[in-house]
Design a protein around this ligand. Structure first.
Ligand code: RNT
Ligand code: ZN
Length: 415
């Protein structure tokens, strides 16, 4: 028996003693798709406007060699990353990743400009999500897009977002699974504005126009992402949390919670159970903020465990789309994906391995001593052995063995 199997047998016993079936936990984990952000592969450059600087108050630092320079390389890298991750997943595209020889601006994008992505997704049994790119573009140079005072600018971005929804619908139809179309805009003021209401009123009206067109929502879902501040928009963002939460509840849209978009003491893990009381679906942008919305690679930290527990303990997994959102150019970019996705999977697995009904019961009885003691003991239960077994059964490298593959691949890479 391989040591992985042997360790699994022991772990299975550990969990059986607290009434948990590890096979069932693996089965549940296998069903969860995580959306890999394509933009980690090339430092949010995209293919449409290579000459444009990344703007919108987001930033990638680091110049690790080997970043993808075109669609072919980006797909190769994504495919390689996915080969080191167990399960079936999705890829999250931004509009600037359109794969076309045509010189096309964002307001004129059509599904056909993403046909090669769809073909590739089909070949690799992947889902696709989508985002309009409301930054890194001349028409976003004032720092305002959908809430701009300039009607022509607003209309350009409205058209871009309308086009994006059609692309999302096309993805869903072609791939037989829902595509999430997430709108995030960078709009905001560096210094304290006088009029805080006007820009929000304009954003509300822009969104109303974007969502006017009735498309088939079996294939896609609209989602709205708020942000507290960005670089250059420290004093005010038009798209605040309150703004989008109100809009989403009123108009039946999904909310996107990005773990880097709140005050450092405010936690997304505690927002999930409130948001999903009022919206039918949620998108998570799992990120790792360090002192600010720094978009570090997601790792197994307390907040990731708390997010996973929040989804699993409250039975909210089925209404949540899980995506990653970080971009680190200082380490191997394929490794960055692998570390993030495997971490999210492990956090979910640990949550699936909790005796939730029992914990809820002791809580109900007011036995907070047992709650604290058991939760703390569970932290050192052998869920890693269960994850390794999951990897092995899916034909994926276990433990840190995937790293050697990345290193070998890197040596051969001629970029
Ligand atoms: C920016 C938002 C947004 C972007 C991506 C590239 O702070 O998090 O989601 O990171 O769209
Ligand atoms: Zn985000």
């Amino acid at each position: 028996m391989s040591s992985i199997k042997e360790h699994y047998r022991i772990a299975k016993n550990f969990y059986a003693q607290i009434g948990i079936n590890t096979d069932e936990a693996i089965r549940r984990l296998r069903e969860i798709k995580i959306s890999l952000q394509c933009w980690q592969g090339d430092d949010v450059e995209g293919f449409l406007f290579k000459e444009n600087q990344l703007s919108g108050g987001i930033q990638v630092t680091g110049n690790y060699p080997g970043k993808a320079r075109n669609a072919k390389e980006l797909r190769e890298d994504l495919k390689f990353a996915l080969s080191l991750i167990p399960g079936n997943h999705k890829v999250n595209l931004h509009a600037i990743y359109a794969d076309t020889k045509e010189k096309v601006d964002l307001d004129k994008l059509e599904p056909k400009h993403f046909a090669s992505w769809v073909k590739w997704a089909k070949e690799n049994s992947l889902g696709l999500d989508f985002n309009p790119t409301c930054f890194s573009h001349v028409k976003a140079s004032s720092g305002f897009t959908l809430s701009s005072i300039n009607e022509e600018i607003r209309n350009f971005w409205i058209k871009h977002c309308q086009a994006s929804r059609r692309i999302g619908e096309y993805f869903g139809k072609e791939l037989g699974q829902k595509s999430v179309v997430n709108i995030w805009i960078p709009d905001g003021f560096k210094d304290t504005p006088v009029d805080r209401y006007g820009p929000r009123l304009r954003l509300m009206k822009s969104l109303d126009k974007i969502f006017e067109e009735k498309l088939n929502e079996d294939y896609f879902c609209d989602s709205l992402e708020s942000k507290l501040f960005g670089i250059g928009s420290e004093a005010y963002t038009t798209g605040s949390n309150e703004f989008y939460l109100g809009y989403a509840v009123k108009n039946n849209k999904a909310i996107c919670l990005d773990s880097g978009h709140f005050h450092p003491t405010e936690l997304v893990s505690d927002k999930i159970s409130s948001v999903l009381l009022y919206t039918k679906e949620l998108l998570l942008h799992i990120s790792r903020p360090m002192r600010w919305d720094s978009d570090h690679v997601v790792i197994l930290d307390d907040e990731l465990f708390a997010i996973a527990s929040s989804l699993v303990r409250n039975d909210l997994v089925n209404r949540t789309h899980i995506g990653l959102d970080y971009f680190d150019g200082s380490i191997n970019r394929v490794a960055a994906w692998v570390i993030g996705v495997r971490s999210v999977q492990k956090s979910l697995l640990r949550a699936f391995l909790e005796p939730i009904d029992y914990l809820k019961q002791v809580e109900l009885e007011g036995d907070y001593t047992s709650r604290l003691a058991i939760l703390n003991e569970l932290k050192t239960y052998p869920y890693g052995a269960v994850y390794d077994y999951f990897c092995e059964t899916e034909g994926v490298e276990t433990k840190m063995n995937w790293l050697e593959k990345v290193k070998n691949h890197e040596k051969r890479l001629e970029r």
